[in-house]
Design a protein around this ligand. Sequence first.
Ligand SMILES: Nc1ncnc2c1ncn2[C@@H]1O[C@H](COP(=O)(O)OP(=O)(O)OP(=O)(O)O)[C@@H](O)[C@H]1O
Ligand SMILES: [Mg+2]
Length: 465
Amino acid sequence: MTLSAQLLTKRYGSTSGYEAVRGASLELQAGEFISIVGRTGSGKSTLLAVLGALTKPTAGKLLLDGADVWALSEEKRSIFRSRHVGFIFQFPSLLSNLTAVDNVAVPALLGCTMAVEAAYARASDLLARVGLGNRADAYPGSMSGGEQRRVVIARALINSPPLLLADEPTGDLDEDTEADIIDLLEQLHGSETFSFVLVSHNLDLAKHAQRIYEMRQGVLASIDLLPAVVDVEPRVRHFGPATVNVRPDLTVTAREPVRLGANLWGSVRPFLLGGAAVFASILVVDFGVAKYQEMQVRDRGARLAQLADMALSRLQADIQSVSDLGDGRYELAVYLWNVGSDTPIYVMSPEMHAYVQVGKFWQEVPLEPADSTSSGVLKIDGKLTYRYVFDARVKDFTQLLPNYMHVRFSDTMLVSPSSMPKGDVFERKDNFYVYLKPFDVADEVVLKRMKFSGKPPVWIPMPPH
Ligand SMILES: Nc1ncnc2c1ncn2[C@@H]1O[C@H](COP(=O)(O)OP(=O)(O)OP(=O)(O)O)[C@@H](O)[C@H]1O
Ligand SMILES: [Mg+2]
C-alpha cells in the first residue's frame, strides 16, 4: 500500500491548543519500511494514529493507496482501517480470557475476512512463524512479555494488512528480546510484503529501516544515517525463523468457532455468535480505538497521565435514558459525572452523533441538542445531564435482538482542568451502544419473540464494545 501524508497537523484542543503534530509530510511506497524516532512526547504516537486514520488530522491530507480516507464515509473508513491497516500498540493489549490462538484469530472472526477454519489455520501458522507454535493454547497471563509481543504481531498480521503500523513494539523488553522482535518484524516484512512504519525510541533498531525520520516537538524530518550496522557475531535467536512453514493444526481448527470470552462481550455474545457478520469490522475498529486511547494514556509522561486520569477516570460519562417521543423521534440523555467532585472539570464542545446499524454499516441519523446545555464550556462539579433529540426512522435495520435496532452514539469532547485551557486539554472519545425499540413495532410483536417482565423497554443498554 502507498501512503501519502501531506502537511498533517494534529492539534489537541481549540485553535490555540497544543499541536502534537505540525505539518508532517511523508511518502511511503508499497512494501517500504520506514522508521520514526523521537523523544518522549514528541508526537510519534499521535502521528501514527493519524497515519492509521484512527485520529482525524486538524489539517492536511492522508492518502492511502491514493484514496483520501477522511473523504470517505465513517462506515467505509472503518472497513478500510480494519482490513488494510494492522496496528501494533505500545502495550500488548491481549484479551486475557482468550488463548493465544483465539487472540490472533479475533480480528479475522469479527471482521469476517475469512471462514472460521481458515482464520484458525492462519492464526496457528502465524503463531508458528513467530516461534509460538507450541503455545497456541496458552493464556496471555502465563506468557512472558516477549511472547505476548509476538502474539500481538501475529494478531496484527492476521488479515494480511497491506500497511503495518507498529508503535514501540518492543517498549518494555530487554535488549536481546527487543532485537529478536525487530528481526522477526523484518523477516515478516520480507515474507508478507506489507508497507511498514516502525516507531521506536531506539535509534539502533530504527536503523533497520530503509529510511529514518525523527519527530521533534511535532515536526517530522528525515534523517540521514548509514545503513544498519550488522552484528559481527550472529545472535542466537530465541524462537523459530519466520520462514518455517507449519501445517495448520487441525485440532485447533476443529475447536468451537468463536470462543470470545464471556467477560468480554457479556450479553452481546449470543448475538455475535448468531450473526457474527453483522458486527464485522465495526467492533475491531472500535475496540482498536479504545485500546489505542488507553495505551496512549499509559504511555505518556506524568503530566499527561494526570490529565488523562482526570479526563477518563474522574469524569464518567454514560447514557442516562432514551425516551420515545413518538413518530420515530427519541430523546437521548447523557450524563457527565465528576466523581471526585472537589475540583471542577471543564468540558468543551461535546459533539454527539447517532448511528443505526444497517447490515455491516452504521447509518448516521439526524441528532441535535434538545437545549443549549451542551454547547460552549461546561463546568462539571457534580453530575450534569445533557439532552439530544434524534430521529431513528431507519428501514432494514440490523436486528441483533429480535425487532430492536442496534444504535451507537459517538461523542467527542475536550476535557480540561481549567475553563480557559492552554496546553492542558485532553481529547476524549466515547461510544455508547444500545438496543432501541423502533416506534412502529407493537409491544405484542416484540413479546412474541422475547420475554420481559412488563412492557418491552424502549432501550436496553449494551456493554461497551
Ligand atoms: N488525547 C490527547 N489529548 C491531549 N493531548 C494529547 C493527547 N495525546 C497526546 N497529547 C499530547 O501530545 C504530545 C505528543 O504525545 P504523543 O503520545 O504523540 O508522544 P510520543 O512521541 O508518542 O511520546 P512517547 O515516546 O512518550 O510515547 C504530548 O505532549 C501530549 O501531551
Ligand atoms: Mg508514544
